[in-house]
Design a protein around this ligand. Structure first.
Ligand code: DMJ
Length: 932
């Protein structure tokens, strides 16, 4: 890879000799000559690569140009409302906003992208703007991690390329290290965060007042994520080595040393969050995605950049543990650090998509190819990688904020294998971005990959990373004005020169506290990602690894459900049926106890059922208990399905939107079901009265159109009947709470009036005020605005202009007060690997029709706004893939080899069971709180 290749450290024997790949590939071709050999991607011509490179440039111009025109100097562009996101002026989105420090984030994050994309003139202008406009002395609390990777990294990347350009003698001749001086100032502003006994930084800091001052409004936090504390060394070391101020590298090293000391010694894994004062693990689950990802990345890259063997030794130790416990190719599944054979989750998050890229840097190509292929198939299914997806590849969290990790891994895999397949992957990414995320004013994050709806958000990392990796994927050496091999990519894809390794080396000597002297290389693979030796022009190698995974996503079976079905197939029903169970019935509680099932009332009002077979009165009771739990799981997921409707989409299809803006809409429990009928398309018109609570006085205006009605003052069903009577073909209710937005509120569904609503034949959707005002603004500007009401956004292209307008049926009647149901009901289920324990937590916050006004104050975290995924729990149609069988077998094998796995065989002291139990409950509760 570029980094390692540039530094040229010595390679020992690769893990597998090159000839073994050739032999393996040849054998595969003989066995399956037609399917494997024919399926190899054809090489992409230079012309096509250039065309795609130019497309990336055009897309960057669209994103950057709109940011500069409509948002700058704000931190980010809001691409739906086409304005800048200024912290404090928009409803808070929680932690996500901690990246915004009123320092023109997107401009700084874009600096070195401009040079990579050969926009040197624009780079020169951008640097001048940063120096002229950016102020760091802001009374704003920011994330130390985000400020480091995006702003400090952005300034250092900009400085690195500015001095490179200056040396070339054409551009930046006036430059005198001003970006570096700014970076140093920022570095000093971040240093107070490290004032802890552990050396782990506070997660947040006030840019103006630091941590301690009363005005700082921070400094009371006790926990931070591992990645937050462990992703500083590249930027801080670069700052030290560029400036000679050693303090930055010293602090970053100290934090890393502490994390290393605190690793779980038997598994060699780290947890997701740690107490910055005591060093205790607060969250003991461990994966390679959210919360930990770049800690691992920085250990390996710190070795590459700084040449310090201790970092490689640490990385290799962790990598060994990751491959032993977390890697279940092609999956990467979180486990418990103290019980690493136990999966901690049944889903994966999108951030782990960077890991194949890191594996390439490590030189472990096979699992990189496998995981990447699995991720690509998930993308092909949903157009983007959902923020989280289950082990059977269903959507778990439906957003996608245009994350670049998958493009990053695609780039590195292409560099490693030369397989044109990865160019085709990149082409698909480009197409999907243009087709689904591009809006007239930039690119909008996906609110829900299933409906294709948008969020008013374009994160700075989209410009810092996505365009760099996509451009580099298609670029030949001569397309870039400098040698990319001379630089290392930070986690935000900022470029730091590898020559820093030979600058101020004394820092590393003086402060290496890990006590390593010489690396004992017999324990570690000194594999280099020297792929020129590994696979000289042999794209067949990657193809042969992908082939068995060809349909891994499409043919997967819901894993947890298989066990439920099998269990029911196998015999008797439990004495107590889940559907009859009442938590207030003492007789039922007694039966539960006999079956080893405990009922836990959680503080937040939820009830959790936990079964420990060992506590059952007999093995038969334990088996009944297991069946009861499985039945309860099925029942809960069915109830969830029945009570919750998925989100819907309102797509603006008229000029100049042409379907490019898709708004998340709440469904109605009455009226035309858009999932069963063709979408409804029509021009919009405001109803009079606007609340739609009485007969419309402007029926001629809404006749044959989609009526806009304001929420409030009467029931939704009544509004629907009034607009239907006036001849409307559909209705959109717009929230009357100013500032409400689907970005920050859980999805709403509109309830009926408690009576028969069969008379309502038109489709009705609900928009929060922010999404509603996008339509209202469009009317003000363009008068004629046409929209599509549907369950999923339709293909968006100029042809939309010519589509026929479908008709709709009308009917009418009247009723009383408004109802609303918050879709924040969730059912949480942890699918345990061992059959002796089952967890079930049933969580109901849905509001009764009478709770109309209370419903308005409901707020919820990102997870609870996403409970609407559809569960295919009832049938098992389709066949399981080899992978799924493999997973089943693997899990069975694990159970077999685990002496504690079978309840029948289990011999474990009760104290240790109770301790395990409370640990598991704790871990489970943590996972519920888990956020990206
Ligand atoms: C980026 O800001 C960085 O890559 C970070 O390490 C985690 N991921 C985001 C983008 O998804």
């Amino acid at each position: 890879m570029s980094e390692a290749g540039g530094r040229g450290f010595g390679c020992r024997v690769p893990q597998r000799a090159p000839w073994s790949f050739v032999a393996a590939t040849a054998a595969l071709c003989l066995v399956s000559a037609t399917s494997v050999c024919r399926a190899v991607a054809a090489p992409m011509s230079r012309e096509e690569k250039q065309k795609l490179g130019n497309q990336v440039l055009e897309m960057f111009d669209h994103a950057y140009g709109n940011y500069m025109e409509h948002a700058y100097p704000a931190d980010e562009l809001m691409p739906l409302t086409c304005r800048g996101r200024v912290r404090g002026q928009e409803p808070s989105r929680g932690d996500v906003d901690d990246a915004l420090g009123k320092f023109s984030l997107t401009l700084i994050d874009s600096l070195d992208t401009l040079v990579v994309l050969n926009k040197t003139k624009e780079f020169e202008d951008a640097v001048r703007k940063v120096l002229r406009d950016v102020n760091l002395d802001n009374d704003v609390v920011v994330s130390v991690f985000e400020t480091n990777i995006r702003v400090l990294g952005g300034l250092l990347g900009g400085h690195s390329l500015a001095i490179m350009l200056k040396e070339k003698g054409e551009y930046m001749q006036w430059y005198n290290d001003e970006l570096l001086q700014m970076a140093k100032q920022l570095g000093y502003r971040l240093l107070p965060a490290f004032n802890t006994t552990s050396g782990l930084p506070y997660p947040r800091i006030n840019l103006k007042f630091g941590i301690r001052k009363p005005e700082a409004r921070t400094g009371t936090e006790t926990d931070t994520c591992t990645a937050c504390a462990g992703t500083l060394i590249l930027e801080f070391a670069a700052l030290s080595r560029f400036t000679g101020a050693t303090i930055f590298e010293e602090y970053a090293r100290k934090a890393l040393d502490f994390l290393w000391e605190k690793r779980q010694r038997s598994s060699n894994l780290v947890g997701v969050t740690i107490n910055i004062h005591t060093g205790d693990w607060v969250r003991k689950d461990s994966g390679v995605g959210a919360g930990i990802d770049s800690y691992y990345e920085y250990l390996l890259k710190a070795y590459v950049l700084l040449g310090d063997d201790s970092f490689l030794e640490r990385f290799n130790t962790h990598y060994d543990a990751i491959m032993r416990y977390i890697s279940q190719p092609p999956l990467l599944l979180d486990v418990h650090i103290h019980k690493p054979m136990l999966n901690a989750r049944t889903w994966m998050d999108a951030l782990l998509a960077f890991f194949p890229g890191l594996q390439v840097l490590k030189g472990d190509i096979r699992p990189a190819i496998e995981t990447h292929e699995m991720l690509y198939q998930v993308i092909k299914k949903h157009n983007f990688l959902p923020e989280a997806f289950t082990t059977d590849f269903r959507v778990h969290w439906a957003q996608h904020p245009l994350r670049p990790e998958f493009a990053e891994s695609t780039y590195f895999l292409y560099k490693a294998t030369g397989d044109p397949y990865y160019l085709e992957v990149g082409k698909t990414l480009i197409e999907n971005l243009n087709k689904y995320a591009r809006v007239p004013c930039g690119f909008a994050a996906m609110k829900d990959v299933r409906t294709g709806s948008h969020e008013d958000r374009m994160d700075s990392f989209f410009l810092a990373e996505m365009f760099k990796y996509l451009y580099l994927l298609f670029a030949d050496k001569e397309d870039i004005i400098f040698d990319i091999e001379d630089y290392i990519f930070t986690t935000e894809a900022h470029l730091l020169p590898l020559w820093l390794s030979t600058t101020n080396r004394s820092i590393s000597k003086k402060n290496t506290t890990s006590g390593y002297t010489e690396l004992d290389d017999s324990n570690f693979d000194w594999t280099c990602p020297n792929t020129q030796i590994l696979f000289p022009n042999d794209p067949l190698y990657a193809q042969s690894i992908r082939e068995p995974l060809k349909n891994v996503v499409d043919k997967s079976c819901p894993r947890g459900i298989i066990r439920v079905e099998e269990s029911f197939r196998s015999g008797a029903k439990p004495p107590l049926r889940a559907r009859d169970f009442m938590a207030t019935n003492p007789e039922h509680l007694e039966i539960l106890k006999k079956m080893g099932v405990s009922l836990i009332h959680l503080k937040d009002g939820r009830v959790q059922l936990v079964q420990h077979a060992i506590q059952a009165a007999s093995s038969i009771d334990a088996e009944d208990g297991l069946r009861f739990m499985q039945e309860m799981i099925e029942l809960s997921s069915q109830q969830q399905k029945e009570q919750q409707l998925p989100p819907r989409a309102v797509q603006i299809v008229s000029h100049p939107f042409f379907g490019r803006v898709v708004l998340t809409a709440g469904p109605a429990q009455f009226g035309l079901d858009l999932s069963k009928h063709k979408e409804t398309r029509g021009f919009v018109a405001s109803s009079k009265p606007y609340n739609g609570c009485s007969e419309l006085t402007n029926p001629e205006a809404v006749m044959g159109k989609i009526a806009l009605i304001q929420r409030g003052q009467c029931m939704f069903a009544e509004k629907a009947r009034n607009i239907q009577n006036a001849g409307a073909i559909g209705g959109i209710v717009i929230d009357d709470n100013e500032g409400s937005s689907s970005d920050t509120a859980p999805l709403f569904q509109m309830a009926g009036d408690g009576k028969d609503t069969d008379d309502i034949k038109i489709p009705m959707l609900f928009l929060f005020s922010k999404e509603g005002s996008i339509i209202l603004d469009a009317i003000r500007e363009y008068e004629e605005v046409e929209v599509l009401l549907s369950d999923k956004a339709k293909d968006r292209d100029p042809e939309m202009e010519n589509e026929e307008q479908p008709s709709s049926e009308n009917d009418s009647q009247n009723q009383s007060t408004e109802q609303i149901v918050s879709l924040s009901q969730t059912v949480d289920l942890v699918d345990r690997e061992t059959p002796d324990e089952s967890f079930l937590s049933s969580h109901s916050e849905s509001l009764s029709p009478a709770d109309t006004e209370d419903a308005r104050s409901t707020s919820s975290s990102e997870q609870t706004s996403n409970p609407t995924e559809s569960h295919e729990t009832t049938s098992l149609d389709g066949e399981c893939t080899d992978l799924d069988n493999h997973l089943q077998e693997q899990s069975e094998a694990e159970e077999d080899s685990n002496p504690n796995a079978s309840w029948g065989k289990k011999v474990q002291p009760i104290d240790s069971i109770l301790a395990d139990w409370s640990e598991d409950i704790e871990a489970f509760e943590m996972m519920e709180k888990d956020e990206l």
